[in-house]
Design a protein around this ligand. Structure first.
Ligand SMILES: [Zn+2]
Length: 241
């Protein structure tokens, strides 16, 4: 199953929550235990930030400690060393839906974070000049205010009800246009963005591979190959140097 990486010159990899499961980050965990999915959707919504920002911070701020404590697993490490071994003419883009920054901690360099970075705080006022900054504080007790404009500060993640920002979105579209290898890992092959991305890659003539714990409920024909199992087992074999 080993991929011959020398055959490809434009590689796009998409990762989702499944790749961080072996690092202990499969579920939303905060100081109050594990969040229910409906709570995540409610408190992680843009409306909650506007009306009850303390709830948004309890949810996302509370995840900062587990994320800091988590370590990249064999799947993150395999992707990072694969990227490091590519020849200068080979382009590689790692697109992630995760906000845990474990790819960067594993050593991946060319990473696009579709949903932002949990460990970064920014101002909720889009006209403000405050630069987003790394922040390890959880703010679960008190909502932090912007030192420049006084507005509420927020975690730099894409909330429910918000769009993926234009720059990451555009970077991925451009990379897919002439991609010759597309691998989606730890994400359902059926929902966006994976479903759209794989169609774009297929249109460009790329080899398309899905690595996931479970098979797709309805097969997506744009994925020509599928490897089922934990990413931390499959990737070290698939990407063996
Ligand atoms: Zn501000």
């Amino acid at each position: 199953m080993r991929l011959d990486r020398s055959k490809y010159s434009r590689i796009v990899v998409l990762t989702g929550a499944g790749i961080s499961a072996a690092s202990g980050l499969r579920t939303y965990r905060g100081p109050d235990g594990v969040w229910e999915e409906h709570e995540v959707e409610k408190f992680g919504h843009a409306d909650a930030l506007a009306q009850r920002p303390q709830e948004t911070w309890r949810l996302f701020g509370g995840m900062r400690e587990p994320v800091l404590a988590a370590k990249p697993n064999a799947a993150h490490l395999a992707l990072a060393s694969w990227e490091a071994q590519l020849a200068p003419h080979q382009e590689f883009l790692l697109v992630t839906q995760n906000v845990d920054a474990l790819h960067q901690r594993a050593g991946s360099r060319n990473v696009v974070e579709l949903h932002g970075n949990l460990m970064v705080t920014r101002c909720s006022n889009t006209a403000c000049t405050l630069k987003p900054y790394r922040d390890e504080q959880t703010h679960v007790q008190a909502v932090p205010k912007c030192p420049v404009c006084g507005a509420v500060l927020r975690p730099d993640v894409v909330l429910f009800g918000e769009e993926i920002p234009a720059l990451p979105s555009w970077t991925v579209k451009r990379a897919l246009r002439d991609c010759d290898l597309f691998i989606a890992i730890g994400t359902s092959g059926l929902v966006t963005p994976a479903a759209n991305y794989v169609r774009g890659a297929e249109y460009a003539g790329a080899r398309t591979i899905l690595v996931n714990l479970e098979p797709m409920a309805q097969p997506n024909p744009a994925f020509k190959e599928q490897y089922l199992g934990p990413a931390e087992k499959i990737l070290p074999a698939l990407l063996a140097l």
